[in-house]
Design a protein around this ligand. Structure first.
Ligand SMILES: [Zn+2]
Length: 286
């Protein structure tokens, strides 16, 4: 059993209920972050999850609704750390390495920030008051770019990636399958209907799908890059998912009349249990 904290369950369109995507799996003492969308650091802290506790970050792709809080998160995690915190391990498709370098490398946007924190006497005193010892080390991020079939594991968990169909060839996108002992969760990220996601998600206990809108409102070109209510249900049915969780919801899907239509769309095509996930909520997966 493990917990899945829903930090961000929205799209690039901000709304009072949701904005961008970020999920944190809590497995014992381990926190694994999946995507780092807008305000992820602030929202996770509101849920009582402290950034230094996150050991691994997996990016599905680099649309801003999935990565915009990356600089805030990695700098906060570094700034609040003392020597006993391990380097952040970051995984994802290209351009994960390029994005990281462009943030904190020597020509990066935040290089002057961390250099000043490392070198200014006042900043050093603040760091020491937090329990750190000098000399202060620069931010340490270990980046590994991954693709279909690559996996990362630790203790009782394993994360495997698979390419899905989103905005290729501009940027590759990965779905992730998290296995914790006998429990499996597939997070599709943004994808249209494609054989790779159905195969990859086969038999998953939980299937977390990104659902953009009511299918009837979506153009064919949109439906090719991200699921609507009907294609989300179709994927869940075809892969035999135990439970369907719908996230990355466009703001209209929070309107009661549209939610009713969404439920009808899904009930007609998927025989299992399903739910629409809310930000700042926690699911117990077993
Ligand atoms: Zn996207």
């Amino acid at each position: 059993m493990f917990k899945l904290h829903i930090i961000g369950a929205g799209t690039p369109t901000p709304s009072p209920n949701r904005f961008g995507t970020c999920y944190i799996a809590e497995i014992g003492d381990t926190l694994l972050m999946f995507d780092c969308g807008p305000a992820a650091t602030y929202k996770m802290t509101r849920m009582g999850l402290w950034p230094t506790r996150v050991s691994h970050l997996f990016f599905s792709h680099h649309h801003f609704d999935h990565n915009a809080d990356y600089p805030c998160f990695l700098l906060t995690r570094w700034d609040q750390s003392t020597e006993d915190v391990e380097p952040l391990r970051v995984y994802g498709p290209p351009p994960t390495r390029q994005v990281t370098e462009a943030l904190i490398g020597e020509s990066g946007a935040f290089f002057p920030d961390w250099q000043a924190r490392v070198e200014h006497p006042g900043s050093r005193e603040i760091y020491q008051a937090r329990g750190g010892t000098l000399p202060r080390r620069p931010p340490a991020i270990e980046v590994q770019e991954i693709d279909t079939g690559d996996s990362v594991s630790g203790g009782c968990w394993k994360v495997t990636g698979a390419r899905v169909k989103h905005i290729e060839p501009w940027m590759p996108t990965l779905a992730y399958r998290l296995e914790v002992k006998d429990t499996s969760l597939v997070m599709t990220s943004d994808t249209g209907l494609c054989p790779s996601i159905t195969d990859f998600a086969r038999g998953a206990d939980y299937l977390l799908i990104h659902c953009w809108d009511l299918q009837a409102r979506m153009q064919p070109s949109e439906a090719g890059m991200i699921t609507g209510t009907q294609t989300a249900a179709q994927i869940a049915e075809e892969c035999g998912a135990g439970q369907l969780l719908l996230s990355h919801l466009g703001p209209k899907l929070d309107r009661p009349e549209d939610r009713r239509t969404a439920v009808e769309d899904i009930e007609k095509r998927f025989g299992g249990a399903f739910d629409f996930v809310d930000e700042l909520s926690t699911l117990e997966l077993e």
